[in-house]
Ligand binder design. Structure first.
Ligand SMILES: [Zn+2]
Length: 59
């Protein structure tokens, strides 16, 4: 992986912002969420990271 910052849409800033304090949280459906905090306003944000790579684009 590169060390590009992870971004997500901030509800307060209403745009994509860099996310800090990232915590990856597994979901019941097998996917992963990244939870973090907006570097600009401190608002909590989260991003769906997708399922682990067993299947990429299959359904
Ligand atoms: Zn923000």
């Amino acid at each position: 992986m590169s060390d590009e910052p992870m971004t997500a849409r901030c509800m307060r800033c209403k745009e994509n912002k860099e996310m800090k304090d990232i915590e990856e949280v597994p979901m019941k459906n097998g996917g992963t969420m990244a939870k973090g905090v907006c570097v600009d306003c401190g608002c909590k944000m989260c991003k769906f990271l997708g399922k682990k790579k067993e299947k990429e684009e299959e359904e």
